[in-house]
Ligand binder design. Sequence first.
Ligand code: LM2
Ligand code: CA
Length: 477
Amino acid sequence: STPPAAGPGRSDVMANLFQWNWTSVATECTDVLGPAGYAGVQVSQPADSLKRTELGNGSDTVLHPWWEIYQPVSYDLAGRMGTEAEFRAMVKTCRQAGVKVYVDAVVNHMTGQGAISYGGRKYSHFEYPGLYDAADFHQKGTDCPSTTGGIDDFNNLQQVRKCELVGLADLRTDRPKVQNELAGYLNKLIGWGVSGFRVDAAKHVGQADMIALQKKLRNTVDGSRPYVALEIFGGGPGYLSPQAFTSAGSAVLGLDGDIQLKNAFKSYPVDAPGSLATLQGFGEGSGLTPSEKTLSFVQNHDTERNGDSLNYKDGATNVLAQQFLLAYGYGTPQVYSSFAWDATDASPPSDQDGYITDTDCASKEWVCVHSDPAVTGMVSFHNHVGKAPVKNWWDDGGNLIAFSRGNAGWVALNNDKVDKTATFSTGLPAGTYCNVTTGVAKKGKCSGPTVTVGANGKAKVTVKGKSAVAFTKADRV
Ligand code: LM2
Ligand code: CA
């Protein structure tokens, strides 16, 4: 059957396919993301970047760490994930599958090391032939007040904006020439059908320059303004806080939210009571940015490594957290899927030249959380309940919670290891419903276990350890 067009009819759920190559993203849009009801996909930084030719000092053992892509060299689509032709074909294929494409855009800086790019361009720290030269970068002393030229103090406004983030040459984003180069790059992507951006290091660009840049962006091919989500990690004072950036873009990244989710899902040592019950207040009520201004997630490529969030190594707990976020409806929810790693610097699966090889979800090298049926069932749930408010909250004070979304759907989540049984008010009419976390309702039949709701709207349900039960009105069988 033909999936609904991009956007309307499929809500807002995004998959973040971090460092998937373009041909793999395209295939996934057609085979999985579109049919599962994902409305969008975030893809990795696509511009030409640093290609390391030798190892650094000491403990440096990975020639092509994942972070090479965060050192752009030019705005040619010539990076580790594929060619311009492959990128454009991917955008077209995804849109045909009903999935809009959002691009990770690095606008704050260029490189901090190396001399040659994946696209074969030669460069040095402040010289990018045909693009930027020293006059386009903030300089130590004149612009940047730190003695090292780097950001030594992340609470210092001048340093955060005008010094070098981990030694990366810092663009003068207030300069018309720089803004025009950046806008030219982003508008090129929009012209190919891209719907928006995740802006890397937006805190280091600052509000004024972010707003000026967005004014230079054209409308998307759908006629809307591009969706621009700003990366602003929490903890900064005043103008450096995520709250201070909500009007400088479409949204900010939910980087405080993923910390709260980790603490709710993982604070508990083995066999001790946990705290999913705390999540009754999750969202603006727990100090986070407003829902409509937040791109929310359980983790991203930084937090899965730095300990701020859960990650795929948390297994069933991670899946349960994804299910909670999709069920609860805070922010524009995003599901992260990427490659398995041991060392935090590890390269994604690549050929000997650093080009990322095709994703294989069946291999141990990749972890495809977004296509786990326990997750896709909740994508469907999320799309069906829409904006209906959280009602009928129930918890046992510990690790078993349940709630409805208005009268449209109901969910229970058990973060304990043992099965739990209780009688819940579901807010739904009497009937037999298909549990979407373990089955699919098709032609009045459920491919897995069902739940019976009585005339009073109540249901006695056993929720297995580390799992969820969920259904919507549309899942009646
Ligand atoms: C981001 N958001 O603001 C990205 O989400 C994050 O992943 C990026 O850091 C960072 N900002 C810059 O875009 C990653 C990685 C760093 C890595 C940089 C640049 O976490 O470790 O820095 O990308 O590739 C690496 C070295 C670092 C070195 C730097 C410059 O790890 O030791 O600094 O390159 O040569 C001297
Ligand atoms: Ca900056």
